[in-house]
Write a protein that binds this ligand. Structure first.
Ligand SMILES: NC(=O)c1ccc[n+]([C@@H]2O[C@H](COP(=O)([O-])OP(=O)(O)OC[C@H]3O[C@@H](n4cnc5c(N)ncnc54)[C@H](OP(=O)(O)O)[C@@H]3O)[C@@H](O)[C@H]2O)c1
Length: 465
């Protein structure tokens, strides 16, 4: 059946991360192929809705989504499911559109007789041509590289994560500028995950586009990581820690990024239901299959960590690294985890060391319109920016100034003071923030007086102020 062929064509396009646009030869809603006709109508309506909504962000949309959808305007619930990512569909940018599928038929009686893939959709010309990227020769001079646990791998003291500001709703040119500047400053490690966006998957897609153009020649100078653990697609195999999910998710990530392997693949969060042996077994299998060079775990508690590390050791795939949250405002790792990592010889890269921007000068005078807290999809909510926190931030800022540092720099130096911590994993919304972070390395030491002052400020409670 040609309609069936069309369906498979579209599905294949979606599965391989391509956005396909579908049209017929002028007729639609074929009586004999109601489901296809209905699907086509639904896809068109959703495309229009998405184009309108995302047009606000300057994104041109061509969407095809094949799924259990009905004729006419797609209900809100279904729109949410489609926007939440594969395999139902995703939102793309014009340059992603690879094919247009045309279904033709000769006469009313005849089935569709031909499906033809036609050329690339015409896309709007780039506003500015992208200049060629030549990384700075001096890129390794100022960065410090720390050994990751007892492994052979070294990571930069500052690494860059693509959780926010690299997704489909963000400017890809700003993302490109940040990645280029980071590499120029010796930041060789970029951290991703299957679900980074929004929409989920789009940070990996954008990274893939930038990588192909700017970084492919420097693949062997880069440490690229991804993760799976959070919700990525509907149904029982789209999240947590089964072998089924982890392996399928990494395959999808590799396709989105256009990579043959990642350097580090993480289990993103502990799964209370799947046996740890299965999850760790999947990580071991992934390394043996060559799809990742090393594996790690994220947000595992101290005792879970010890067990996971031991299982991985018996599999012959040592756990390279743990990725926990850690900052002046979030100190859970000090309560056992760092000790386990030291005893087991596992490295540690800490995420959100700036508490998503709170431990910087960003919110000293209110919530800026371009900040994470002001964005509808930002993970930092205005309610988290309490007066109590801000009072501490102001005092910490004074300590930082006395050290001749920005608050962000002091917050990064403070997490890096532990010998067990290999790297501080920052996020950024602009090049200047990455430059600010790189300057941290000029002053990583604290006097005991400074450390005491910081402890006193962090211990301040509402009542004590
Ligand atoms: N394993 C996990 O479960 C997990 C969870 C979360 C994150 N991560 C990883 O950790 C990475 C970092 O997380 P994060 O983005 O929350 O880290 P973060 O460094 O604590 O926060 C980054 C935000 O702080 C602000 N900022 C950064 N540098 C600044 C500077 N010099 N001056 C002023 N403001 C500055 C920016 O906010 P504005 O955007 O407002 O400018 C930036 O987006 C993620 O990208 C991801 O790779 C992992």
């Amino acid at each position: 059946m040609t309609a069936e062929y069309a369906r498979r064509h579209i599905e294949r396009g979606a599965r391989w991360g391509r956005i396909v646009n579908v049209s017929t030869d002028g007729t639609s809603g074929f009586a004999t192929e109601v489901s296809y006709g209905a699907t086509k109508h639904a896809m068109e309506s959703y495309s229009r809705a998405a184009a309108k909504e995302l047009g606000k962000y300057g994104i041109t949309v061509n969407v095809v989504s094949l799924g259990p959808i009905q004729t006419g305007w797609i209900p809100e619930e279904m729109q949410k499911r489609i926007a939440s990512g594969p395999p139902l569909g995703r939102i793309g940018q014009p340059e992603e559109v690879a094919d247009a599928a045309v279904v033709k038929r000769k006469s009313q009686r005849q089935q569709f007789h031909r499906i033809m893939t036609i050329n690339r959709m015409k896309t709007k010309p780039q506003k500015k041509p992208i200049t060629a990227y030549h990384p700075k020769d001096a890129r390794y001079e100022a960065m410090t590289y720390n050994r990751c646990g007892h492994s052979g791998l070294k990571l930069p003291a500052i690494s860059l994560g693509l959780w926010h500001n690299f997704g489909g709703v963000d400017s890809i040119e700003n993302a490109r500028a940040m990645l280029r500047r980071a590499f120029d400053l010796g930041i060789t490690h970029f951290d991703l995950a299957n679900n980074y966006g929004p929409p989920p998957g789009s940070a990996e897609e954008n990274f893939g586009k930038i990588f192909r153009r700017d970084f492919a020649r420097y693949r062997d100078e880069l440490i690229i990581s991804s993760k799976a653990g959070y919700l990525m697609w509907p149904g029982p195999y789209g999240e947590w820690g089964s072998r089924k999910y982890l392996i399928a998710s990494l395959d999808q990530s590799l396709r989105r990024m256009g990579l043959e392997y990642v350097d580090i693949f993480y289990h993103h969060r502990p799964d209370p239901e799947t046996p740890l042996e299965e999850t760790m077994g999947a990580l071991g299998q992934i390394v043996r299959s060559g799809k990742a060079l090393y594996v790690g775990i994220s947000s595992y508690k101290p005792e879970q960590t010890r067990r996971a590390v031991q299982i991985l050791r018996t599999l012959g795939t040592p756990c390279l690294i743990h990725q926990p949250s850690y900052s002046m405002f979030n100190r859970w790792v000090e309560d056992g985890l760092l000790q386990v990592l030291e005893e087991e010889g596992v490295g540690c890269i800490v995420f959100s060391p700036l508490s998503q921007g709170l431990l910087t000068n960003r919110y000293l005078d209110g919530i800026p319109a371009d900040s994470r807290a002001a964005k509808p999809h930002g993970f930092l909510k205005p309610a988290q920016i309490t007066e109590e926190k801000l009072a501490k931030v102001r005092r910490l800022n004074e300590v930082a100034q006395a050290r001749g540092q920005t608050l962000a720099q002091m917050a990064l130096a403070w997490v890096l003071r532990h010998p067990q911590i290999t790297s501080a994993l920052i996020g950024a919304s602009r090049v200047s923030q990455i430059e600010d972070a790189a300057e941290t390395l000029k002053n990583l030491t604290f006097t005991s007086d400074e450390l005491e002052k910081i402890e006193t400020i962090l211990a301040l409670s509402r009542a004590a102020r």
